[in-house]
Design a protein around this ligand. Structure first.
Ligand code: AHR
Length: 515
């Protein structure tokens, strides 16, 4: 490790080359919006082995667990400082009846998960178990209510069950089921993807229903959740427009979903591994589209909510590939490679740039499903490249975003498609440090970066680098550390700092200035 560290230091100290350098200038004197820690939120749905097996094994399992939740997985997630978890879906949420998941586990009704593989849903994980998980993680709870097949009465009773400190029959039922004090529900969403699996509605019809249901969701002030309306996806802005116009005073946030699909087509999305550089480029170009989609939705919010009370919550995002061969197509299991880490970092940098409106995001999903942090196999677990990107970006949670100017940014081109070669984001962390994240999108070429902090002399940078030789490098149960961060640093020469980013790299460093 020491030898590698010295090599990286030496590489990054190379004098400015004769060819073009990308200039990155941080304006540390003009902080912008705080990057809400919930931008680093997660999503756990009753889907495939995302919850059962992947996280929940039950208290009687031989796999070491606490209250049924795997110790290894919970321990790894704690290191990500997971700020909040969305549950129980997704599409699953609009068929979920909360009472099925309460009471003695052996007596809970067994249902069919009609959205995801038609498998049996034992309801072993319900409200109490979910709160065990988030409380172990130190995370906030984001509960998604059933608007699709549930009634306003069912939804209002769930809110009462979770939040009431009274002696009502429902609050007493919660006590009988083992929880004396109310649960803290930080956020509650009314439906999911109402334009699709959540009921195939128009935005106008959904907004009326949202207001109808919301009228009956009453909670004491101290335990009242923030309410989220289910919005649109991709390049659609009509949902955000209608909801923020017609339900402006009844919602704290509107959700937005965007999945990165290499081919851009649901039929034949592209493989998670064994892809070409053209596929790499298509994936990154498609993921960068979220910047425009967010801007277009924010424009609707700015029109209808100029006081910025409503947040845009990207509560599902990430890569979506063809499922791995031999796995249940309904389980959405895919491998996770260096490409996914680069996708994650590019999205983080975009979310930071929209920090004033994008106050929560939830990557899909936490374990074993889509762009997961962790992949499990029986009692074994691996951390994915996406996990490492999340860990490297922890200092950005609740940090104050800072303007960053890039000049002379090289274009990276494959065939007819071009994207910026370097993506950057900076923030003043809660720890007082100046943090910088850089991404080299180029799959084959390193890039030189000249770094400046306006009005200051840089002394050096130190932090971590994530890169790999192959575009589809990934961790396996045989080689768990094939892709992992290594130390990265550089010292300034004559007040100037030059960094060489390897091809396909994510770097997060603390920038030290001279006194
Ligand atoms: O994350 C998988 C699914 O994608 C979710 O259940 C749904 O909301 C979206 O279509």
């Amino acid at each position: 490790m020491q030898a590698f560290k010295r090599t990286i230091l030496a590489l990054s100290l190379v004098a400015a080359p004769a060819f073009a350098q990308v200039s990155v200038t941080i304006d540390a004197a003009h902080p912008g919006a705080v990057i809400n820690k919930n931008v680093y939120g997660q999503f756990a749905e009753h889907l495939g082995t995302g919850i059962y097996e992947g996280m929940w094994v039950g208290p009687g399992s031989k796999i070491p667990n606490t209250k049924g939740w795997r110790n290894d997985v919970v321990g790894a997630l704690k290191n990500l400082h997971v700020p909040l978890v969305r549950w129980p879906g997704g599409c699953f949420a609009d068929e979920y009846h909360w009472k099925d998941g309460t009471g003695p586990r052996g007596k809970r009704p067994v249902k069919v998960n009609t959205n995801w593989g038609g498998v049996e849903e034992s309801n072993a994980v319900g409200t109490h178990e979910f709160f065990d998980l988030v409380e172990m993680l130190g995370a906030d709870a984001y509960v998604n209510g059933n608007l699709g097949s549930g009634t306003p009465q069912e939804m209002s009773e769930w809110i009462e069950y979770m939040t009431s400190d009274s002696k009502s029959t429902l609050a007493d039922l919660r006590r009988k089921n083992g929880r004396e004090k109310p649960f803290k529900v930080a956020y509650f969403a009314i439906g999911n993807e109402a334009w699709g699996c959540g009921g195939n509605m128009t935005p106008e019809y959904y907004t009326s229903l949202y207001k109808h249901y919301k009228s009956f969701l009453k909670a004491p002030d101290a335990t009242r959740p923030k309410f989220i309306a289910s919005g649109g996806n991709d390049n659609d802005t009509h949902w955000t427009d209608v909801i923020s116009r017609d339900a402006a005073h009844q919602t704290d946030g509107i959700s937005f979903h965007y999945y990165t699909i290499p081919t851009g087509k649901w039929e034949g999305k592209g493989a998670a591994t064994g892809f070409s550089e053209a596929d790499w480029m298509a994936t990154l170009a498609n993921t960068l589209k979220i910047d425009t989609y967010i801007s277009n939705n924010v424009a609707k919010l700015d029109k209808n909510d100029p006081q910025k009370k409503i947040g845009l919550f990207v509560d599902e995002w990430g890569t979506w590939y063809d499922v791995e061969k031999g796995t249940n197509a309904g389980f959405l299991f895919q491998q996770n490679t260096m490409r996914d880490a680069v996708v994650a970092a590019l999205n983080f940098n975009i979310f930071h740039a929209h920090a004033d409106r994008v106050r929560m995001t939830n990557i899909a999903q936490m374990v074993n499903v889509l762009q997961a942090m962790i992949i499990t196999d029986k009692d074994k677990m691996i951390l994915t490249p996406t996990y490492h990107a999340y860990r490297m970006y922890v200092p950005f949670q609740d940090a104050a975003s800072l303007p960053v100017a890039l000049s002379n940014n090289v274009a990276y081109s494959v065939g007819a498609t071009s994207i910026p070669g370097v993506s950057a984001s900076a923030a003043r962390g809660k720890d007082g440090k100046l943090w910088l994240a850089l991404v080299n999108t180029n799959a084959g070429q390193p890039v030189d970066v000249a770094l400046d902090v306006a009005g200051q002399k840089i002394a050096g940078v130190s932090g971590q680098l994530l890169t790999a030789d192959a575009m589809d490098a990934h961790n396996t149960f045989q080689q768990t550390g094939a892709v992992k961060p290594v130390p990265f640093g550089a010292r300034a020469v004559g007040g100037k700092l030059s960094l060489k980013l390897p091809a396909k790299a994510v770097v997060v460093v603390a920038v030290e200035s001279q006194p």
